[in-house]
Design a protein around this ligand. Structure first.
Ligand SMILES: *Cc1c(COP(=O)(O)O)cnc(C)c1O
Length: 370
């Protein structure tokens, strides 16, 4: 059994993927071109948003979004420490300071009631992360942003396709960032990312930044300093195939999540993932919480061939790379407790019923529930 089986997924869409790849090979266009512009168009209609700019990765998507907003040396960006390093790394790479806010222990997302305390004159952006596939409380965040004249960049790397109160992840803030890392909800066969916005000025700035500041009319006239962050045509062609299956795959994941919820509810020592009312979870990760025995359960399952993952075993404020920020243990208790208690179980459309049953039974046997 695998934690995620992308080979199985490929085996179900082989013909379509292969023909998309051949289409690119035969076209002789490998950077940009129609595959990328069509994919961007398809993203704007899927997300119901005005502008979509394909970039090289989710990390670049966040970095370029912050750059487009003018985030620089001396600025502060508010986010959480319970996320993948890329979120805060993008902030630091702009020269700005990541300012952490603890998470809500129920959703693992930023605790919106603690944001206001961290807003200073230097704050430029609030950068919420929709972790594991469920959206943060954007209403509250947008209200604060309006009140304090801040921008909001959504790190929706794990939540392409998630909804909250009728709005899709990435489309509520001023800018939304997606990742197409192979294991993500919509995954490429390599690196890829996307930035979405309804703001024309921001969109134009990002188009320049991601392509050396080259004028749209003259490639060798560079209007501003940018970088090379483009999506390969090959990845765009592959993603266009997979986008068509995404809703179906997410439904299958949600069904399997329901099976876990039902079967594991008998295990009192497990806290199941909580889905808020009006929230549509992508289940990028199905993460349970186990107090005290998490590592033992993780190792027990590993020994019998059931792979599980720990996202995230070390919150960002305790990472060596962020030592210079001066945070210490105890600063963000809910993030620290979560890092000791979370365990992500295998959950993907191709996970068979028998495999899921085995996972459930082994967990139950560990807790002596059967
Ligand atoms: C995956 C991920 C990223 C970075 O995306 P890449 O495409 O791997 O660069 C950023 N933030 C979060 C929360 C992620 O999960």
């Amino acid at each position: 059994m695998k934690f995620l089986d992308l080979k199985k997924q490929y085996s179900q869409i082989t013909k379509e993927i292969n023909s998309a790849i051949l289409r690119v090979f035969r076209s002789g266009v490998f950077i940009g071109g129609e595959e990328v512009s069509n994919f961007e168009k398809e993203i704007t209609s899927y997300c119901n948003i005005k502008f979509a700019m394909a970039v090289n990765s989710g990390t670049d998507a966040i970095f370029l979004s912050l750059k487009a907003l003018g985030v620089k040396d001396g600025d502060e960006v508010i986010t959480t420490p319970f996320t993948f390093i890329a979120t805060a790394e993008a902030v630091a790479n702009c020269g700005a300071k990541p300012v952490f806010v603890d998470i809500d222990p129920v959703t693992f997302n930023i605790n919106v009631n603690q944001i206001e305390d961290k807003i200073t004159k230097k704050t430029k952006v609030i950068l919420p992360v929709h972790v594991f596939g469920q959206m943060a409380d954007m209403d509250k965040i947008m209200k604060l942003a309006y009140q304090y004249k801040l921008s909001v960049v959504e790190d929706a790397a794990q939540s392409f396709g998630a909804f909250y109160k009728g709005k899709m992840a990435g489309t509520v803030g001023h800018i939304g960032c997606y990742s197409f890392f192979p294991s993500k909800n919509l995954g490429a066969y390599g690196d890829g990312g996307m930035i979405v916005t309804n703001n024309k000025k921001i969109a134009e700035k990002i188009k320049l930044l991601k392509n050396h500041g080259s004028s749209p009319k003259n490639k060798y006239k560079n209007l501003i300093l940018g970088m090379n962050s483009r999506l390969d045509s090959l990845q765009a062609a592959i993603l266009r195939v997979k986008l068509k299956y995404l809703n179906k795959w997410m439904e299958e994941k949600r069904k399997k999540a329901t099976v876990y919820n039902k079967e594991l509810s008998a295990v009192k020592k497990i806290i199941l993932p909580q889905v808020l009312t009006n929230s549509k979870h992508t289940y990028h990760q199905y993460s349970i919480r186990v107090t005290n025995e998490r590592n033992n359960l993780h190792n027990f399952l590993k020994q019998i061939g059931v792979p599980t993952m720990i996202y995230y075993s070390l919150p960002l404020h305790l990472q060596p790379a962020f030592k210079y920020l001066g945070y210490k243990k105890g600063d963000f208790p809910n993030s620290e407790i979560a890092s000791q208690e979370v365990l992500s179980l295998p959950l993907y459309p191709e996970l068979s019923q028998a495999e899921q049953k085995l996972i459930i039974n082994k967990i139950k046997s560990f807790f002596k529930v059967i």
